[in-house]
Design a protein around this ligand. Sequence first.
Ligand code: PBG
Length: 337
Amino acid sequence: MIKSATASHFPAVRMRRMRKDAFSRAMMREHVLTPADLIYPVFITEGENHREKVSSMPGVERLSLDELLSVAEECVALNIPVMALFPVIHASLKTPDGSEAANPDGLIPRAVRELKKRFPELGILTDVALDPYTSHGQDGVLDAHGYVLNDETCAILTRQALAQAEAGVDIVAPSDMMDGRIGVVRNALEAHHHIYTRIMAYSAKYASAFYGPFRDAVGSSATLGKSDKMTYQMDPANSNEALREVALDLAEGADMVMVKPGLPYLDIVRRVKDEFKVPTFAYQVSGEYAMIKAAAQNGWLDHDRTMMESMIAFKRAGADGILTYFALDVARRLKQG
Ligand code: PBG
């Protein structure tokens, strides 16, 4: 038989009291998500009237420029502040040094000009890295042993960033993990009077298996083959090293920093935010997206609830914004209330 409670058996604090009703849960909610937290990454390709599904990323398509404009319009309507552009480069334009990356009339500069003309209020971010442009799928130029050369790569990245800035991009995002690249890019931007071009540095970018579906999307998994990016991207076992990377990128002139991948690296997001108190972003990468999609398609997870929970987890960890392939879905959910 259950004994009737005496004073000494009452819990001193009842945490469930505040959780009991929706109003009191709302009163003590510590974090909120808004469309302003979202950055939408998109894949763009040559052609017209063309959309191609990415099989390892259900719901994601490679878009021709005209199709991209309608997606941009949707971002504006949903109050998503920024779109991030990734190119699918035709095999005939890929070379060992990835020089197409710096072509002022290449796919990305053309897309930037078109987008800024049609939607000047929409922020545009472009990736500074060579992997979509190299015939070997690495983010830089190689020596005779296949090692990615640092300073030679930085020189091409600088030309790439300048071509993007000249096209009118708002934010350049070096994702290559070469040493010193933020400094040389910042210098070149200043020297060419692009003083308002913001730099979001992929500062703590790990050598991650979670990038697999992205490499399918831009077509670098085929060129990369079995080789990896361990000589420049970070070891997933490390945490202090991420803080050193962030410190360097800030000293070299980054306006914002990023941690990538996202959910498996929220501890890094929190450490970076606590240590530096600068605008800190997280990238929920292709493999994280694919995992949630695959489980939802199997009926193993509730798609929308899992998606929204992952978003608030980024906010709780201290992220000021999230690059996510779910951005449109999340913004639509937020609009429904
Ligand atoms: C290119 C780049 C990658 C991603 C963003 N920029 C791939 C890589 O480094 O191999 C991954 C994004 C994703 O997985 O969603 N340097």
